[in-house]
Design a protein around this ligand. Structure first.
Ligand code: GTR
Length: 352
């Protein structure tokens, strides 16, 4: 009996030795590479330390040039994320539409092949039936009150309406007010819009607004507007002073009607697939960094708006000031008839 037990014990001992010898690679001590799969993981090991600090590099798509206010905001966001995560995350900003036009970028962010992007809120109306409230004509009349809301709880709740679309909204950036411009004639009242082919962003709401004002709406990518104006495919478009200036649209459509009909902001977005890979703490850091970058973006916005307004006038643009917006407000009433009920709760929360 004793002998049998001894034989059994020695067999077990031998088996244990064999197991240790073969299975060694699975031991965590040998696991030198930690791939958490977020973006491209360039492993940067700080020399001299035993632990490998991995830097995950993420791409952020931006369709404006390097020194445009949104790009300045993106870079501040990137700086803050890098600082707050002690270099675990590095965000590279691809300005000037290098990663594609806005709608392509949105698709890629949804797929997770681009991790971050700054886009305008209008194209997002395709993915949230609530966020369009921000593009309702003549909705805001107090800029600072608007920004208090957008930077606060209402803003975060509105961004959360993107849930389920594979997009995660982090913060809003300033985009001032949009007005109409064209190459044909000065527009003073909605009647003057009749018969004009006006480019809009891709959104049913944007089309509805132009049609309510009597124009013909042509959805088109931002990057195609300059040549469409130049060749006469369209007569006009609408945007804020900084975009009108930096795209050189003012050189091919000189009549700018200052009717600030829409105050749609910009949005800083993350892909859902990136988001799901971040720890809760890191998600918090990304949100905080996005919100903290808003002040820098808005300061740059105010500066460029002033500069752009002067520059387009110097460049030959004619600014048509609209003193009385009553006829414009009245003309967009059909838009309120169509969307008013849908947005009721948000209109209240944003404007009261
Ligand atoms: C700009 C905005 C861009 C783009 C563009 C457009 O104001 O910053 O992201 O949406 O308008 O009209 O397409």
């Amino acid at each position: 009996m004793k002998k049998r037990l001894l034989t059994l014990l020695s067999m077990l001992f031998l088996a244990a030795i064999v197991l240790v010898a073969c299975g060694g690679n699975d031991s965590p001590a040998n696991d030198t590479e930690t791939d958490n799969g977020n973006g491209s993981a360039d492993e940067e090991t700080s020399e001299g330390t035993e632990e490998a600090v991995e830097t995950v590099t993420l791409r952020l798509a931006e369709n404006h040039p390097e020194d445009y206010p949104t790009t300045i905001g993106n870079k501040e966001f990137a700086r803050l994320v890098e600082e707050k995560t002690n270099g675990r995350y590095k965000i590279e900003v691809y300005a000037g539409g290098q990663l594609g036009q806005e709608s392509q970028v949105l698709e890629q962010v949804q797929l997770g092949t681009i991790e971050l992007a700054r886009v305008n809120a209008i194209p997002l109306t395709q993915f949230s039936d609530q966020i369009g409230v921000l593009s309702m004509p003549y909705l805001f009349d107090d800029e600072e009150a608007k920004w208090e809301k957008l930077n606060g709880e209402v803003g975060q709740d509105l961004l959360a309406t993107l849930d389920g679309s594979n997009l995660v909204g982090l913060a809003f950036y300033d985009s001032g007010e949009r007005s109409f411009y064209n190459s044909e004639r000065p527009i003073r009242t909605p009647e003057d819009m009749k018969g004009l082919q006006i480019r809009v962003q891709s959104s049913e709401l944007a089309i509805d607004i132009v049609e309510a004002l009597g124009g013909s709406a042509t959805p088109m990518e931002f990057g195609e507007v300059y040549s469409a104006l130049q060749t006469g495919v369209i007569d006009g478009a609408e945007n804020n002073f900084p975009s009108y200036y930096t795209t050189n649209h003012y050189q091919v459509a000189k009549y700018f009607t200052v009717n600030g009909y829409q105050g749609t902001p910009e949005v800083l977005l993350a892909s859902q697939s990136l988001w799901d890979k971040l720890s809760e703490e890191d998600q918090q850091i990304f949100r905080e960094a996005a919100l903290e970058s808003v002040a820098v973006q808005r300061a740059a916005w105010a500066e460029l708006t002033e500069k752009a307004k002067n520059a387009v006038v110097e460049g030959g643009s004619e600014l048509i000031e609209v003193d009385d917006i009553t006829p414009w407000r009245e003309a967009v009433q059909p838009v309120y008839d169509k969307y008013g009920a849908q947005f009721e709760e948000w209109i209240e929360r944003l404007t009261q």
